[in-house]
Design a protein around this ligand. Structure first.
Ligand code: KG4
Ligand code: ZN
Length: 335
C-alpha cells in the first residue's frame, strides 16, 4: 500500500489527542478529549489532574482514532508525539504511550515540538511555500517564527512576559468569565466598543518582541478603580478595548516582519488564532498585499490537537528524523 499514515499524539496540556494523517496532509482521524470541565472550577489547568485524565483517556482516544480512520496499527508508518514544551506529567503520558506503541508494533518514533505542531497545522490547509513567517499565539507562546524551509525555525520575536492567550485568560478572570477565557473575551468584544484607552507595548524601534503584562495590569487596574469609585464599566467595552490593543500590536508587528523578511506566506498558529477579531484583522491587512498568502487553519486545528503533531511528524519522518526509546518529556524544549 503506497499511502503513508502518520499517527500523532498530543498531551502537553489539557487535551488528550490522537490523530492520523494520510500522506502528510489529509486528516483521516482527529480525536480530542478535552478536560476543560475538570479544570474550570480551579480557574486554570491543575497539572496533577491533567496527568490523571490523560492516563484514563489515552487508550480510549487511541482506539477511537484507529476506528475513525478505519485502519489498524500495522498500517501506521510512524508515531509522532509531542515531547515538549508543556506540563511534564502530562507530556510523559503521551510520550510513554507513543514509546509503547513503537516498541510493541515496531513502528518508528518521532518526537515533535508542540509549537512546530501548531505551525504545521497550516500544512493541513495548504502546501507551505518558503520563505514563510508564522505568527504563533497560544496560551504559553507568542512569537514570530521565520521559516527558510521545512523544519527550520528562527524565532525573530517573542513575548518578554505573558503570552497572548495567558493575558486573555487573566483578563477574563478579572471579568469573572470561565476558564479558558479567550473565547469569552472574543465574544464579548464583538458586543462592545473599544472606548477605553489602554496601552500598546511597541517596545524598541524595529523590535519584533511582544509584551502583554502591562496591558493586562491596565485592564485589572481599570476594573478595580471603577469599582472603588462605585462606578461600573461595561465588560463588553473593556473586552473590546483589550482585544483592540492585542490585535493592533500583533497585526502591526506581523505586517512589518513579513515585509522585512520578504516571505511568501504568513501562517497563523496557536489557540489564539481562533480569535475572530485577529482573523479578520489579518485578513484585512493581507488583503492589500496580494503577494503574500495568508493561511489560517480552521478553529479545531488552531487549538491543541494531534493532527498538527502528525503533520509536523510526517515532514520530520520523511527527512529521516527518528527518536529512540530513550525519548523523554522535555517541559522547556526550545524550537
Ligand atoms: O494553543 P492552545 O490550545 O494551548 C496552548 O498550547 O497554550 O491555546 C490555548 C489558549 C488559551 O489561552 C485560550 O484562552 C486561547 O488559546 N484562545 C483564545 C480563543 N480561543 C482560544 N484566545 C482568544 N480568542 C479566542 N477565540
Ligand atoms: Zn498549544
Amino acid at each position: 500500500d503506497k499511502h503513508q499514515f502518520i499517527m500523532g499524539i498530543e498531551t502537553s496540556c489539557d487535551e488528550t489527542a490522537v490523530a492520523i494523517v494520510k500522506n502528510g496532509r489529509e486528516v483521516v482521524a482527529n480525536v480530542v478529549a478535552s478536560q476543560i470541565e475538570s479544570h474550570k472550577r480551579f480557574g486554570g489547568v491543575v497539572p496533577e489532574i491533567a496527568s490523571r485524565h490523560h492516563v484514563e483517556q489515552m487508550t480510549i482516544v487511541l482506539e477511537e482514532a484507529l476506528n475513525e480512520a478505519d485502519i489498524e496499527m500495522k498500517d501506521i508508518s510512524a508515531v509522532a508525539v509531542t515531547e515538549g514544551p508543556g506540563l511534564v506529567g502530562a507530556l510523559l503520558v503521551g510520550v510513554n504511550a507513543a514509546k509503547a506503541i513503537s516498541f510493541a508494533h515496531g513502528i518508528p518514533l518521532v518526537g515533535v515540538h508542540h509549537i512546530a505542531g501548531h505551525i504545521y497545522a497550516n500544512r493541513l490547509v495548504t502546501e507551505m511555500v518558503f520563505p514563510a513567517m508564522s505568527l504563533v499565539v497560544s496560551g504559553g507562546h507568542t512569537e514570530l517564527v521565520y521559516m527558510k524551509e521545512h523544519g527550520h525555525f528562527e524565532v525573530i520575536g517573542e513575548t518578554r512576559d505573558d503570552a497572548a492567550g495567558e493575558a486573555y485568560d487573566k483578563v477574563a478572570r478579572t471579568l469573572h468569565l470561565p476558564y479558558p477565557g479567550g473565547p469569552h473575551i472574543d465574544r464579548l468584544a464583538h458586543e462592545g466598543e473599544p472606548s477605553i484607552k489602554l496601552p500598546r507595548a511597541w517596545l524598541e524601534d524595529g523590535s519584533y518582541d511582544f509584551s502583554f503584562s502591562g496591558l493586562k495590569s491596565a485592564v485589572i487596574n481599570t476594573v478595580h478603580n471603577t469599582e472603588q469609585r462605585g462606578e461600573s464599566i461595561r465588560p463588553e467595552d473593556l473586552a473590546a478595548s483589550f482585544q483592540d490593543s492585542v490585535i493592533d500590536v500583533l497585526v502591526t508587528k506581523t505586517v512589518n516582519a513579513v515585509k522585512e523578511y520578504k516571505v511568501k506566506q504568513l501562517l497563523l498558529a496557536g489557540g489564539v488564532a481562533a480569535n475572530k477579531g485577529l482573523r479578520s484583522a489579518l485578513e484585512e491587512a493581507f488583503n492589500e498585499n496580494k503577494e503574500i498568502e495568508l493561511v489560517i487553519p480552521p478553529l479545531n486545528l488552531c487549538t491543541d490537537n494531534a493532527a498538527m503533531i502528525a503533520a509536523a511528524g510526517a515532514i520530520m519522518f520523511n527527512k529521516g528524523v527518528r527518536s529512540d526509546l530513550a525519548l523523554n518529556a522535555n517541559p522547556g524544549l526550545d524550537i
